[in-house]
Ligand binder design. Structure first.
Ligand SMILES: [Zn+2]
Length: 254
């Protein structure tokens, strides 16, 4: 992505968007939104080069300043969600390294997560690994934490809005499981209409004025990997699609 300067109100930049700590009083660092491991290795490397001042102009990856404790606190759950995505899309907790090299590598490196994913909601373990269709019961709390982290980050990055309260609702489901109507609503809910402009100087305002980085209300971080849309027309809702597979929506009602 190309970097878009953020001119929104500096007074809003005073707190960690996750715990509300005053940034001036704590150690803080930059957190990537979306979760960096959801992007391809090529894009992650381009982003790291950009951050060191040696990258291409479009190498910027969205990031927000948060307290170090919160930043570090997300990483286990982010790895958990990464494992879930790999397992679901490879159709196995033990994917074949020849056909799914990245999935095999990630799941091999996180044995404890693989073990936890073998438990069903009733606590019973799956007795057979090869059952079809392949079904997982990921921990919704851990998935929610990652969804909300990214949603807060997207809203903050795009419209300069710190959302310190708990969200009114969090949902996620495979895109393919939506009905046609649900899918249409999900895809078209972006933006706020031209009579509802985001804060002057915010990145979203700049995107709207310049027509940069917008595709039907969606900001595409990497095709096939991650896109997000922020809607501020009634409260704030943040929708994301991860790997063209998992659709998420986090809402803060007015
Ligand atoms: Zn914090």
């Amino acid at each position: 992505m190309f970097y878009v300067e953020d001119y929104s109100d500096e007074r809003l930049k005073s707190w960690c968007i996750h715990c509300g700590a005053a940034i001036a009083n704590v150690n803080a660092n930059r957190d990537h939104v979306p979760t960096k491991s959801f992007l391809s290795k090529r894009l992650r490397e381009a982003g790291a080069a950009y951050d060191r001042g040696r990258g291409l102009p479009d190498g910027y990856l969205p990031q927000v300043l948060v307290c170090k404790a919160c930043n570090a606190g997300f990483s286990r759950d982010e790895t958990y969600v990464l494992c879930v995505l790999h397992a679901v899309l490879a159709g196995s907790l033990y994917p074949d390294p020849d056909t799914h090299p990245e999935a095999a590598n990630v799941l091999r490196s996180n044995r404890d997560i693989v073990r936890s994913l073998k438990a069903r909601p009733d606590g019973q373990m799956f007795l057979f690994d090869g059952l079809q269709p392949f079904t997982l019961y990921p921990d919704p709390d851990r998935v929610s934490k990652v969804v909300v982290k990214n949603a807060r980050g997207h809203a903050y990055h795009e419209i300069g809005e710190p959302l310190l309260e708990e969200p009114s609702s969090i949902s996620f489901q495979p895109l393919q499981s939506m009905s046609d109507d649900e899918r249409a609503t999900f895809e078209n809910g972006g933006g706020g209409g031209l009579d509802l402009w985001p804060e002057v100087g915010s990145r979203m305002m700049v995107r709207i004025l310049e027509g940069v980085g917008m595709a039907g209300g969606w900001v595409e971080v990497e095709r096939g990997h991650y896109r997000y849309a922020v809607d501020w027309s009634a409260g704030i809702s943040v929708r994301t699609v991860i790997w063209d597979y998992l659709a998420t929506e986090t809402r803060w009602d007015p």
